[in-house]
Design a binder for this molecule. Structure first.
Ligand code: GLN
Length: 299
């Protein structure tokens, strides 16, 4: 940014908040703190110890540059390149859905089911955040011999998932998790055949209906990958595909655990019961909205 001058840090911060607010960013102050720390290393606490400090020109430039990006409604996570999920840091980019806090409910439910010697499957794995968090938690709790496979139709998404795997597990990554490219079950069938069975299948599939996508906030509508959102005309397209085939890939007594949209509980419950699942339960998120559904398959 040419012609940027030195300015007091409080002036720069206020200017950033004002610009973000004007651009319609939902939480301008919070984002300004994140961007300040990301661009200059100055934390909120450090700011308050000396808000009158002159910010060197290069720091001001870096800060205003990222503010300008955020003004265009580019998500914060695409600027910083990371998102926290279940207390772990995941790399993200425009090829993956940014992990959502809501999805932590699904992971927490799944954690309660983890046992030694399990084989997990995560369909539409994206950044790998669900599968990798589960495996990491299992490792931290001393649950042994847990492995997982994540599938996704996007090879670019899986490049990020692979990086996340290395960051979380280092050398051990390849023993813990395998990512396979392809449409839902397809890569499992191709690599392991029809007889492959899992103890637990999880998924946060795309579930937004075509109509709803148009009304999403810009960060999501313009920057999350469309294929990670689009659940077809009624939003249930992936649930039909997943629930219809899951019995074939579950061990006796295995569980299917899915994230759902808040209005989809009843419809997905019916799909699961029709497919022969029992103990079908819908769990709510912290806002009291339907968020996760689970069912057990026994025959
Ligand atoms: N499983 C990934 C997540 O929950 C990606 C989900 C998706 O692409 N719909 O973040």
């Amino acid at each position: 940014m040419k012609g940027t001058r030195e300015m007091e840090i409080k002036t720069a911060w206020k200017q950033a908040v004002w610009r973000l607010k004007e651009a319609g960013v939902p939480e301008p102050e919070m984002d300004a703190w994140y961007l300040l720390e990301y661009a200059t290393g100055v934390t909120r606490a450090a700011y308050y110890t000396n808000p009158d400090r002159e910010m060197p020109k290069d720091e001001t430039e870096r800060f205003l540059y990222v503010v300008q990006k955020r003004e265009q409604r580019i998500p914060l996570q695409h600027i910083t390149g990371v998102q926290d999920f279940m207390g772990y840091e995941f790399l993200v980019n425009a090829s993956v859905l940014i992990p959502r806090q809501d999805t932590e409910i699904l992971v927490e439910e799944a954690v309660g089911l983890l046992k030694h010697h399990m084989c997990l499957l995560d369909l539409c794995t994206g950044s790998g955040c669900i599968l990798l968090s589960l495996l990491k938690i299992a490792e931290e709790r001393g649950i042994e011999e847990i492995r997982g496979i994540g599938t996704d139709i996007s090879g670019d998404a899986l490049k990020i998932a692979e990086k996340n795997k290395s960051r979380l597990f280092g050398q051990n990554g390849d023993i813990m998790a395998e990512f396979l490219e392809g449409d839902l079950w397809e890569p499992i069938r191709e690599k392991y055949g029809e007889k492959m069975r899992f103890d637990l299948i999880v998924s946060n599939p795309p579930y937004i209906s075509e109509e709803e996508i148009r009304s999403l906030q810009e960060e999501v509508r313009l920057y999350d990958p469309y294929i990670a959102l689009d659940g077809g005309k009624d939003g249930l397209c992936f649930y039909r595909e997943i629930i219809g085939r899951a019995p074939q890939y579950l061990k006796m007594g295995g569980t299917l655990l899915l994230e759902i949209g808040c209005s989809q509980g009843e419809a997905v419950k019916v799909l699961m019961e029709e497919a022969g699942f029992w103990k079908v339960v819908v769990k709510k998120d912290l806002a009291g909205l339907d968020r996760v559904i689970s069912g057990v398959y026994d025959s």
